[in-house]
Design a protein around this ligand. Structure first.
Ligand SMILES: [Zn+2]
Length: 396
């Protein structure tokens, strides 16, 4: 990594970065959701919502046979649901069911991720699974010496993922060093905290349907609740949705929402914002996250993009990146790590001539990206080759 006084690194993570925490990729999501559906007790809040989403999918099958909507790709499905809601027509669903569908989808996404990502308990704390690459990244920052620890303080993490694998790693690592993590939901970022900006929301944030406010379930309170998990338990699940006891959380007790809204558990839904959905009626908190992300991108000198394929359907990143680039400090690095080199074409398009010298596309998964980023100075000449499309291939 590039270390200097002015260093402001930004890491950007896509679905591929959470894969080894257990989170399904976009194209596997529906299958995984179906597995989760079969394990749910009937007539519970999650199971009713799964039923509705799978009814909607079933009724789209007719559409599917006549068009190019791929029902196993969650992004295509979400886009189709959104349009269906606008025109008020999704197969044989009633108007009421169509109205319920967006919230049901968010509950399905959340429950599927909750069930897919596993954590463990060591002697004292609930910790991310050792195999988590996020944990590996943060450990490497720590083991690489004090300059890297200082660099971590100035780093911004931006993610498109809803899961909490990075959140928990970062929370634990920062707490150990007496620092804080800030999700950027408020207008100002808390001084001397590391930013974790979740552009599409998070499964541990809830939104009130009455006032539209978003509340993160803070980690200290949440983990305190989990203290009865037996030591050395290896397959801990973090469930947020079943436990919306918001009164435990100080920020909620002091909020307008607590005083003015109905406060029923069912009135809170996970604050996740599917990529293809209409983004004009966002809560002020999510808008703050985006603003902070654009600010971080404007002041960043180095970008490391891991496990994000820049899908054609997601023009959002392109726009945010362009807006953030106005008045940007000199970009030293724009490095993309992806095991699938076909994503390079899409990244080529957003790199302008003025910063093309900073751009590298490296064919690598997360683990190899970490090794590449933290290699020693004398390893800089490490032999890597470039294929005919300019993709950097690392040695085995
Ligand atoms: Zn409210």
């Amino acid at each position: 990594m590039n270390i200097s006084e002015q260093s402001r690194p930004v890491f950007i993570f896509g679905a591929g970065a959470s894969a080894n925490c257990g989170a399904p990729l976009m194209k596997e999501f529906i299958d995984r959701a179906e597995d989760v559906k079969f394990q749910l007790a009937e007539n519970t809040r999650p199971s009713d919502n799964f039923d509705l989403v799978f009814d909607a999918l079933e009724s789209l099958k007719g559409v599917h046979s006549k068009s190019n909507v791929y029902l196993n790709n969650i992004e295509d499905v979400l886009g189709t649901f959104e349009i269906g809601r606008v025109i008020n027509k999704i197969g044989s669903l009633s108007k009421k069911e169509i109205e319920r569908l967006p919230d049901a989808t968010k509950i399905v996404i959340t429950k599927t991720l909750e069930d897919s990502c596993r954590f463990r308990r060591d002697n004292v704390h609930i910790v991310p699974n050792n195999e988590s690459d996020y944990h590996g990244l943060l450990n490497t920052f720590e083991s690489s010496g004090s300059t890297y620890i200082e660099l971590l303080k100035k780093t911004t993490f931006i993610t498109f993922n809803y899961d909490v694998c990075l959140d928990l790693s970062l929370y634990i690592k920062l707490k150990k060093n007496g620092w804080k993590m800030d999700y950027g939901l408020n207008e100002a970022i808390e001084h001397s905290s590391v930013k974790l900006l979740k552009l599409h929301g998070s499964i541990n944030w809830v939104v009130c349907r009455d006032c539209g406010r978003v509340f993160p379930l803070d980690w200290a309170t949440y983990l305190n609740d989990k203290k009865n998990v037996p030591p050395n338990e290896k397959k801990v699940r973090l469930n947020f949705m079943d436990l919306y006891h918001l009164d435990k959380y100080q920020f909620f007790r002091e909020s307008e929402c607590k005083r003015k809204c109905t406060g029923m558990v069912d009135n809170f839904i996970p604050a996740v914002v599917p990529p293809s959905w209409n983004k004009t009626d966002l809560s002020p908190e999510i808008k703050n996250v985006w603003r902070h992300a654009a600010d971080a991108m404007a002041s960043a000198d180095q970008f490391y993009i891991i496990g994000y394929s820049l899908p054609e359907t997601d023009s959002f990143f392109r726009m945010l990146f362009a807006l953030g680039s106005e008045g940007r400090a000199r970009m030293r690095r724009f490095w993309v790590f992806n095991p699938d080199s076909s994503a390079k074409n899409r990244f080529d398009k957003i790199v302008s001539e003025s910063n093309s010298s900073a751009y590298k596309f490296v064919k690598a998964d997360f683990q190899r990206a970490i090794r590449f980023l933290f290699r020693r100075e004398d390893e800089h000449s490490e032999k890597f080759t470039e294929d005919e499309n300019g993709v950097i291939i690392l040695p085995d």
